[in-house]
Each structure stands twice: as C-alpha cells, then as structure tokens.
Design a binder for this molecule. Structure first.
Ligand SMILES: [Zn+2]
Length: 450
C-alpha cells in the first residue's frame, strides 16, 4: 500500500512537526499557550490537506480544533479521531534532563511535555491522513478530527461540545486519543474506560483546633470521619454501600475469553510497586478481572490535625477525606451519589458533609462490533501482534462520545507504557510513532471498505 511507504520515507517530517507542537507549551491547568496551540494545530491540519476550524463554546473554555475531510467515494463511512492538544504542567522543572518544551531528539526518543500525551498520538493521526492524500489524492473513508484543549484538567466541557456539535461530529467509529504499547512492544487495543466519582467527605466539630487535653470533652472529627469511612468498604475491597453494585452486569462470555487471553505479569507488576500481594489476595484471572471490571472505593487523601515534623498535642477542629470511586458500566454517577448519601444517613452519619467534584460513567465497546476486528487486524499487521483489552483500568470521557455519537470507540496508539507521561523526561519512541502511523493508515483503509 502506497501510504505505508510514504510513512516510511517521511519520518523526518513527522518528527519535526511533533517537535514544533512540543515547542508550543499548552498547559491547560495554567491556561498557558492554549489559544496559540489551538491555532498551531489548526494550521497543521490545513497544511496536511484537512479542512479545519476552531470551535468555541463560551468565553473561558478552551476551543476545540475541528478537522474534516470528505472521501470522494460515495456512501463512505466516517472515522473520527479524538485527541487533545493540551498538556500537563511540566513541574518540577529541575528533574528534566532537557528543557520540557525543547522537543529534543536523542536516538529513538523525542523528549518533552506532551511528546507522548497527546501530541505524539495526534501527529500519528494527522500523518496517516496526509499519507493517503499525498499518495492517492483521496481518503478511503470520511475523516473527522475533534481535538480538545481541556483533557488534562478533566475534559470539563467535552460533553457540552458533543451535544452542541452532535451533527457535525456524527461518525461511525471513534479512535481514542491514546493507546499503550507494553514492555514487549505489543500494542493494546482498548475497548473501554471505567467511570469515576470523586467526592470529599468532611466533618467540622469545633470552630478551632483545641489543646488535646480537652479530648475528654471535645469530640475529635478525625475519629468521626474514620468511623464513617470504615462503613464504606470491607478489607477485601468490597463496597458496603447498599445497592452499590445493583446495576452492574456480569462479564459476557466473550469478555471473559478476552480477559483470560490478556497477558498480565503479576510478579513484575508487584516488583514495580514493591508490594507482596494484591487486595483480597487476588491472583491470576481474578486480578485481571479486577483491573478490567472492578469497582473501587479509594481513599485519595485524608487530612486532619497536625502532620508536620515532631509531636504536637492538638485536637483538630475538622477533618476531610477525598475518595475516588471507579465505576464500571451501567453505574450512573448521579445514582451512586444518592446511594452514598443514603448510606451515610442510614448509618447515623448525617453530620458528615459531601462535596461532589466529578462524576462520569464508564463506557465499553462491544467486542463483537466489526470495528474491533478491523482495528485489531490493522494493529497485528503493523506491529506484528496486539492485545485486546476489554477496558482500561483508568477513566476518560468515552461515555460522552458513545452516548452522544452512538459510535464504537477504540483506543490504539504509540505510547510506550513506561514513557513517563505526566512526569519529568516524558518521551515518545520514534519506532512506535512510525508503527502507529502505519496502523492508523491500515485502519482508515479497512474502515473505508466497510
Ligand atoms: Zn494525560
């Protein structure tokens, strides 16, 4: 196929365009360079031959860069690429070997904030489309790009954008913004993401901290909160809130087949984190099932009283705990919040306040969808192998896409699993950028044939 050869002989262009993207900081958390980067991405799409525009919701919200390319073929399918042009803050700067926005190429690696997450992934999509245009003057299927600028701060407005531009974004399949490649160079074809409910529970007992001798009279809010938190989950990780799992469906036969085939090196995983055993002593298939489809109740942080150096005999006036719940398909974040509130009330903890930060549902693409086998075949051809994954253990706004566009979503990409995304010395591997660009070419080709 001509586009594949074009990718092989144009890697220098891909590298220098990626460096240009990295050199434009675009830190959404600090609103640094967002507008500039959106314009740069728009220019890059145009240069590749893709019609592009900047879409806005309202003031203060990062714009979406939208790209569209119609195939000259009649009745062809539409493939949508979802990516993001914003990056995580680069701090701590002193831990970078080279300046984070320099895009330095060293051997097989391009370093810099956003090199992998997500500018590296974005460039593979753009270059794949460009390869078709340059070699055939057309694309086998219609192409759309939705490139947002708030992913790293939680995609706060993607759902509103999807609702507002539902017609414009209409498509038959979505390629997700990222995709991992494991330590044995096997790409993961991911079919889902878990949901997330992030809450803060807090107790205020007295108007100020007191001398701890008064603990004989003044109730300690930290104890109160600990007692409440203890009722949420048992020591095996099972969530004890009434009806928490009521809507969850068991894995299908096909899901279980995929899960059992998926490699998981328990020992090196444990070694990586310096741990001896898993929650509830899970092993083998049980551990894999938990990663793919386990709901969690995790204490992300607990703050109360004095935690500085040495001793301080203090009785804190308040206490707070931050908790994230990973949700699995069919769990509705709003319903789960109500269940949590009801639970606390029924256990006698009406005095405990709840602040909800974030709620989003899980999403999964049916493994029997023909789009899955197309992406899997493309990955196998380009990388020589690939691994199907029923759901990532993490969270992304996939549910909004599935719900609004009614199209299957699949993640596939070039990010080496130890490429230090969100950390100093983030890098993208040139060999994987090339394989992924070719894989995207093959996906476009196969998709055009449906
Ligand atoms: Zn990220």
């Amino acid at each position: 196929m001509k586009p594949l050869k074009h990718v092989d002989s144009n890697m220098n262009n891909l590298i220098s365009d990626l460096q240009t993207l990295i050199r434009q900081p675009s830190v959404s958390a600090k609103n640094e360079g967002i507008e500039e980067c959106a314009k740069l991405v728009q220019k890059m799409l145009t240069k590749a031959g893709i019609k592009s525009e900047i879409l806005r919701l309202k003031k203060g919200v990062a714009p979406i860069v939208y790209g569209e390319l119609k195939s000259k073929k009649n009745n062809s399918q539409t493939l949508l690429f979802y990516n993001h042009y914003d990056v995580q803050p680069a701090e701590p700067f002193e831990l970078w070997d080279d300046p984070p926005f320099s895009g330095k190429l060293k051997g097989n690696k391009i370093f810099g904030r956003g090199s992998a997450d997500d500018k590296g992934e974005l460039i593979t999509r753009i270059k794949a489309v460009e390869a078709f245009l340059k070699t055939t003057g057309d694309v086998p299927c219609n192409i759309k790009f939705v490139i947002e600028g708030e992913e790293e701060t939680g995609s706060a407005h993607i759902d509103q954008y999807l609702k507002k531009y539902k017609k414009k974004f209409a498509c038959d399949g979505v390629i997700w913004e990222f995709g991992y490649v494991d330590s044995k160079n096997r790409p993961i074809v991911g079919l889902g993401m878990k949901g997330l409910l992030f809450v803060e529970l807090f107790v205020k007992e007295s108007i100020r901290d007191a001398h701890s001798s008064l603990a004989v009279l003044i109730k300690n809010p930290a104890w109160r909160l600990i007692e409440a938190v203890k009722t949420l989950r048992d020591s095996n990780g099972k969530i004890l809130i009434k009806d928490w799992y009521a809507d969850v469906q068991p894995f299908s036969k096909k899901d279980l087949e995929i899960i059992s085939r998926e490699p998981f090196d328990e020992n090196s995983f444990k070694k990586e984190f310096g741990i001896k055993s898993f929650v509830a002593n899970k092993k083998g298939l049980e551990a894999k099932k938990a990663l793919v489809g386990g709901a969690t109740c995790n204490i992300a942080g607990f703050v109360s009283g004095y935690t500085g150096e040495g001793a301080k005999t203090v009785l804190p006036g308040n206490a707070l705990v931050k908790i994230d719940f990973r949700l699995v398909p069919k769990m509705d974040p709003k319903k789960q919040v109500e269940r949590l509130k009801k639970h606390l009330k029924s256990k006698g903890f009406s005095d405990i306040g709840i602040k909800v930060y974030h709620g989003e549902a899980a999403a999964r693409t049916n493994p029997s969808d023909p789009f899955v086998s197309q992406v899997k075949e493309a990955a196998d051809e380009s990388y020589g192998t690939s691994i199907l994954n029923v759901s990532n253990a993490g969270t992304g706004p996939m549910y909004s896409f599935v719900e609004n566009l009614k199209a299957p979503c699949i993640s596939i990409g070039s990010t080496y699993m130890f490429s230090r995304i969100h950390s100093p010395n983030e890098f993208a591997r040139v060999d994987l950028l090339k394989k992924t660009t070719k894989c995207i070419c093959l996906i476009i080709d196969k998709f055009g044939k449906t």
